[in-house]
Design a protein around this ligand. Structure first.
Ligand code: ZN
Length: 402
């Protein structure tokens, strides 16, 4: 017993030392400084048809970056290009493979990852543990999964860089050598779909942004971010403890080395760095990753046995919603779904598929059921019950987007 107690005491001391060392390291971290933008690139301000606008920095590598360290995926750039004011309608565009969603979430909150950054691996693992112990997000080492985060490489600017949300395929989180725990937590936040706290569209109700002491290279990092004005982008009151918030005073962003803050509370007071996930960060992640599942209800509205070898039927399709083990719910928050209608024809002994329509809709909070359409089947078989040319079906598929 004595021995065991001694070991525990030793562990306690060891933990204290590690914690102290950790804190000292953390005090050096200043990701706002590290997110300095080089002046080689160019800026584009996207003004969108829905009234939102996004400032994008294009660096010398041609990467599209918002908010200093968030790299946009091709889908996201496509989204901006096709939704900006003056863009041609893409109604007839046949190769429209992009989702139309600006931020995609990780399916069921599971993030697959690989670490190819030995210099930062202990910080990355600590950051992953921090996310897992505070949120329902789970990180699983990738084996063969298509969508995953690869911790690898050094950012072309700043202390770290990350895609916003799930990009699809491999996406990198890049960290400078010895970037530290907090930068890793912050960049993972972007990969989960979080933006910088100061870019909220309602931030002026909480803070003053002093553009007169922000140099041109940094201005866009303080602009509000309102792409679709969707609920869930800003959850709860402005969070001064958020790990996604820049500090008040960022000397790199100032004009002529002035120490005037770039941001203050409305009463003029300032804040410093945040090292850990705040309750607001945790609530926000819980909000966007609440596991709502989509159920499926169908009613035959017509069944016609044309003959022994042919039938015709119609089914009206609704979706409804549940949590856990089929606990039916009304939507506690809006969700966005993509409804795909597909026609399948049997022709020349082959099935030919054709997408008839794809719609992305946001169902409001309080929705119990939503009718998505009517499926049709007209099937003919030969005497050996093989399907014959002329058979077809029209069916629906529903994909939860967020
Ligand atoms: Zn950031």
């Amino acid at each position: 017993m004595t021995k065991k107690i001694k070991i525990n005491a030793a562990l306690l001391v060891l933990c204290c030392i590690m914690f102290t060392v950790g804190c000292k390291k953390e005090n050096k971290i200043d990701f706002t400084k590290q997110e300095e933008i080089q002046s080689k690139g160019s800026y584009i301000l996207y003004k969108l048809k829905d009234g939102g606008q996004v400032s994008v920095y294009i660096n010398e590598k041609g990467e599209y970056i918002v908010g200093g360290d968030v790299v946009l995926s091709k889908d996201q750039i496509n989204y901006l290009e096709t939704n900006k004011i003056g863009a041609k309608s893409n109604g007839n565009q046949t190769q429209s493979t992009f989702t139309g969603e600006f931020v995609k979430l990780w399916y069921e909150g599971v993030v697959y990852y690989t670490i190819n950054d030995p210099n930062n691996s202990s910080s990355i693992i600590a950051a992953i543990n921090h996310w897992e112990s505070n949120t329902p997000i789970r990180f699983v080492q990738r084996t063969y999964q298509y969508n995953y985060v690869n911790f690898s490489g050094v950012p072309s600017q700043g202390g770290g860089s990350s895609y916003l949300g799930m990009k699809g395929g491999m996406q990198e989180i890049k960290l400078i050598p010895n970037a530290g725990f907090t930068v890793a937590v912050h960049e993972i936040g972007h990969a989960l779909g979080l933006m910088h706290e100061q870019t909220r569209t309602d931030r002026d109700q909480y803070i003053n942004v002093n553009y007169s002491n922000i140099n041109n290279d940094w201005k866009f990092q303080y602009d509000t971010y309102s792409v679709q004005g969707r609920e869930g982008e800003h959850y709860g009151p402005f969070d001064f403890q958020s790990v996604m918030l820049y500090r008040s005073i960022n000397s790199e962003a100032s004009i002529n080395g002035s120490s005037v803050p770039q941001m203050t509370r409305l009463d003029g007071s300032t804040w410093g760095d945040n090292y850990y996930l705040s309750q607001g960060d945790i609530d926000g992640i819980n909000y966007i990753y609440t596991p709502i599942k989509i159920g499926w209800v169908s009613n035959y509205s017509e069944i016609t046995d044309v003959s022994e070898y042919a039938n015709k039927c119609k089914k009206d399709i609704w979706i409804n919603f549940y949590e856990g083990n089929f606990n039916w719910i009304t939507l506690p928050k809006p969700i966005t779904v993509k409804i795909v209608c597909t026609r399948k024809d049997y022709s020349n002994h082959n099935y030919v598929y054709q997408i008839i329509s794809q719609n992305i809709i946001t169902l409001p909070a309080g929705t119990q059921q939503y009718q998505i359409g009517t499926e049709t089947y007209e099937e003919q078989y030969d005497q050996n019950m093989n399907e014959m040319d002329g058979s077809y079906s029209i069916t629906y598929n529903v994909i939860r987007m967020r």
